[in-house]
Design a protein around this ligand. Structure first.
Ligand SMILES: [Zn+2]
Length: 345
């Protein structure tokens, strides 16, 4: 995965490319943003751009061209395979934490000159899982990184890090990806069909990780149920009819039956509903069809757009949001959540 092949994150990538071209890349960086949007991938792509054998220093920045990796040289390939001697990836072990020994080990290795590359790149993934002792062990190194080394800390929860660690690392913020960017990545890098990718991306809230975590049949089913519930709820003000679609929303998945699975199934359906409502809002505000996350369900979205107006869509959107919160954070019962929600749509 080269920097130029990364989906989305244009401003972050431009910033990195410019810093590389001018040789002003800070020796410490903190990549922050939601899980699964590609922070670690960008860190590895950056390591390739730094150490690519074809991108000679003479080519750097010529005519404003950003420095990019070739993807085919020995160095690029070794980084891709995770066996480059100068690119060190630290991540949580089985204990779910990054221990002080792991950190001491990379600090030790980073103090030598790079073996094969131009600069040693140390990537600490899920840095918020560094135990406090490990963070303290890192402090001095982050303050005065060994020459020819770059430390990239990656985290979706940077506020958990010690303030002393945070203050030593310039922060680069990664936004959520658009549904189109998630779809493109699933097709290109993960072998999804266009239809499966679209279905998975629609409910993934801009995260490739989340899209990959959900299996495509249950996502497609969740979207069907969510769309049907919205159609029924908006077609009738009769509470009885609406309660029927609450039943549909919490209907058991054929494959699973455990209470946790029921909760997860409803959450998936509600996320699909959020995505559909967002599309309806886009249509109502005169947005472009191409921007729809559920473009393949275009006619259903249009039907809903006829029934909603600007105020009602905002209320429905926030009701689904509250329902998701009640379900996933406060552990409310799926039935109570669904019964309440269908009356708010
Ligand atoms: Zn290369």
């Amino acid at each position: 995965m080269l920097l130029r092949d990364v989906s989305g994150h244009r401003s972050v990538l431009d910033l990195l490319a410019r810093a590389l071209a001018r040789d002003t890349l800070p020796p410490t960086l903190l990549f922050v943003g939601s899980d699964g949007v590609g922070k670690r991938r960008v860190a590895l792509a950056l390591a390739q751009a730094i150490n690519c054998q074809s991108a000679t220093p003479a080519k750097k920045g010529k005519g404003g061209q950003p420095l990019t990796a070739c993807g085919t040289c020995e160095s690029c390939q070794r980084i891709e395979r995770g066996v480059h001697g100068d690119v060190l990836l630290v991540e949580p072990g089985d204990s779910g934490a990054i221990k002080v020994d792991q950190v001491r080990d990379v600090i030790d290795r980073a103090s030598y000159r790079p073996f094969e590359g131009r600069r040693r790149v140390v990537i600490i993934d899920e840095a918020d899982l560094l135990v406090p002792e490990a963070q303290n062990a890192l402090l001095k190194t982050l303050e005065e990184p060994p020459g020819a080394s770059v430390f990239v800390l990656v985290s979706s929860r940077p506020d958990v890090l010690l303030a002393t660690v945070r203050s030593r690392c310039p922060r680069l913020r990664f936004g959520r990806l658009t549904a189109a960017e998630v779809t493109e990545t699933l097709v290109r890098d993960h072998g999804y069909t266009e239809a499966d990718a679209r279905a998975a991306a629609a409910s993934a809230d801009g995260s490739i990780g989340r899209a990959l975590g959900a299996d495509s049949t249950s996502v497609a089913q969740a979207r069907e149920v969510a769309s049907r519930a919205l159609q029924t709820a908006t077609a009738s003000a009769d509470p009885k009819r609406r309660m029927e679609c609450a039943k549909d929303l919490i209907a058991k998945n054929k494959k699973k039956g455990a209470p946790a699975a029921d909760r997860e199934a409803l959450a998936l359906r509600l996320r699909a509903m959020t995505s559909l409502l967002r599309d309806v809002g886009l249509v109502l505000s005169g947005g472009n069809d191409a921007g729809l996350a559920n473009a393949d369900l275009g006619s259903e979205v249009m039907k809903l757009a006829d029934r909603y107006d600007g105020d009602r869509i905002v209320r429905a959107f926030s009701a689904v949001d509250r329902a998701l919160g009640a379900l996933t954070v406060r552990n409310a019962s799926p039935k109570v959540v669904a019964d309440w929600l269908v009356l708010q749509l």
